[in-house]
Design a protein. Structure first.
Length: 57
């Protein structure tokens, strides 16, 4: 009976580690998505302000 409990405890620890790894991957994917969006906005702002600052007259 003691061996069965220790096996269950090890499985639950492994499951907790797997859930932590999945949540970490989800957060990393979300932050990479945010970096991409902010980078695209920065690029658009640079293009807009760059074209406005060029004196074509």
């Amino acid at each position: 009976m003691v061996r069965w409990k220790s096996t269950i405890r090890e499985l639950s620890a492994e499951a907790r580690l797997h859930l932590y790894a999945r949540s970490l991957a989800r957060r990393t994917r979300a932050s990479a998505h945010h970096i991409g969006i902010y980078g695209a906005c920065a690029l658009i702002a640079m293009l807009v302000f760059g074209t406005l600052s060029a004196h074509s007259f």
